[in-house]
Design a protein around this ligand. Structure first.
Ligand code: SF4
Length: 448
């Protein structure tokens, strides 16, 4: 059985969600229509992956190609299936969100390129990007394999320390994010997985060295080759310790209907990001632009003012394009500070804690072993007198519903609501047209 940090976290959200997502019908099922945050986030990753890979191979990062690749992935993911979720039922809203999120993908990739890339290049060497590590055996019982993929692997130029990189998108940056990233399971599992991978590689090199020694067996005619091979193998061995994880959060902005249309059921949901939504004011002297409705004003009791009369919002992608708008941003409302920089948050690195890693991995092993037994029992249900009752018993035991998250799953409705609570959908999830078989994210599982 394959597991990973996401699989473990899915269980922690809701055991039944994990079953639906990763095990139902053998591979798990996912919604046919896409969730806005997931699609936008993964397209941004595609653009950043390209930029980091260019740095890794010593080539000039090419932002236009990165934007093209990110948008291309976004369009591929969404076209034809549309979005799922709150207030996304109408064609008008679907079309608006499609274009809006496409612009946001571009804005976030450009913001990362402007703000974060120079900081990374100055401080780190890029060793690998989106590397799928060979799965690690966490239990030979049921052959449980842990899969991991790190957004990027760095080595600090000044100290030689190894650092993992994790890029995330978030609707807003708050104190809550600040607290939660420190207890994120990712910090723990990715450090552990990278080090286990390095240890495994060292063991392989030791085995090769032993073989080379055996082949040499004091034969002086082979001495030169022997020393060259031995030196090469010794050089490849690394005592790899990951010292920290650097997180980078790209702020997407809150999606909501404008406050002044809150009573209008037809009102469009809009994402409030200064990268894609601006304000303009037509004056006799020409058009003025702004990115923020509120701006700091120490002369006001509240400490801020609003743009006020004459200003109206506009969608950047309809008016001029994201690139042109982002070139204008540094000149607008300087009293608000660096608006592009404020969309790219890099909190203090998460530094390793041996005790935390040991405990988290021990807990994962116990959990995965227990669930593997449950899954094995489901597979063997047909040998029972009443397979249906047996499946029901096992699911309620190992994968119970967590109703608390049905209508509040990371701020959205859970995509498995029909599957969990509509018997006709549960009877045939694929036939319902709402779900399809999950495509594995990790290479080993895809090829298994
Ligand atoms: S609908 Fe509720 S019970 Fe079902 S998977 Fe989602 S959160 Fe869990």
């Amino acid at each position: 059985m394959f597991t990973s940090r996401s699989v473990v976290e899915a269980y922690q959200d809701c055991p039944r969600l994990r079953y639906n997502n990763y095990h139902l019908l053998g591979k798990g099922v996912v919604g046919v229509s896409k969730s806005v945050p997931l699609v936008t986030g993964s397209a941004v990753h595609r653009g950043v992956e390209h930029l980091l890979n260019r740095v890794r191979i010593g080539q000039e990062p090419d932002i236009e190609t990165a934007v093209h690749l990110a948008v291309e992935q976004y369009v591929k993911d969404v076209e034809g299936v549309g979005f799922s979720g709150k207030n996304l039922q109408t064609d008008k809203q679907q079309w608006f969100t499609f274009n809006e999120q496409k612009a946001l993908v571009e804005g976030l990739v450009r913001a990362w390129y402007i703000v974060e890339l120079p900081r990374l290049v100055e401080r780190y060497k890029v060793l690998a990007v989106e590397r799928d590590i060979e799965p690690i055996v966490i239990s030979y019982d049921y052959n449980i394999l842990f899969q991991a993929k790190v957004d990027a692997e760095f080595q600090e130029i000044a100290t030689g320390d190894y650092v993992n990189y994790s890029l995330k998108t978030t609707k807003q940056w708050s104190e809550r994010n600040e607290e939660s990233y420190k207890s994120d399971l990712q910090g723990v599992t990715e450090i552990w997985a990278m080090e286990e991978d390095a240890k495994r590689e060292n063991n392989r090199l030791d085995e090769m060295l032993a073989l080379v020694n055996k082949l040499y067996e004091g034969d002086n005619s082979k001495y030169a080759q022997f020393t060259t091979v031995k030196a090469y193998l010794a050089k490849r061995k690394q005592d790899k310790k990951i010292s920290a994880i650097r997180f980078c959060y790209l702020v997407k902005g809150i999606r909501k209907t404008p406050d002044y249309y809150s009573q209008d059921p037809e009102a469009l949901m809009i994402t409030y990001s200064p990268l894609i939504r601006g304000y303009k004011n037509f004056t006799p002297g020409g058009v003025s632009y702004a990115h923020s409705w509120f701006y700091p004003n120490p002369n006001n009791k509240s400490g801020k003012s609003i743009l006020g009369k004459g200003w109206e919002p506009f969608n950047v992608w309809e008016a001029m394009g994201v690139k042109e708008w982002m070139e204008m941003l540094p000149q607008l409302q300087p009293e608000c500070g660096d608006i592009i920089k404020s969309q790219v948050v890099t909190p203090v690195e998460y530094f390793r804690s041996e005790a935390e890693i040991k405990e988290a991995i021990a807990e994962i092993k116990v959990l995965e072993l227990r669930l593997s037994r449950g899954l094995f029992n489901i597979e063997s249900k047909n040998s029972c007198d009443n397979p249906e009752a047996e499946e029901f018993r096992i699911l309620t035991d190992y994968f119970p519903h967590n109703r608390k998250h049905c209508y509040f799953h990371f701020g959205y409705k859970c995509s498995y609501l029909p599957l969990c609570w509509q018997p006709e959908v549960a009877a045939d999830p694929i036939g319902s047209g709402l779900y399809q078989i999950r495509e594995a994210h990790h290479e080993a599982e895809r090829n298994s």
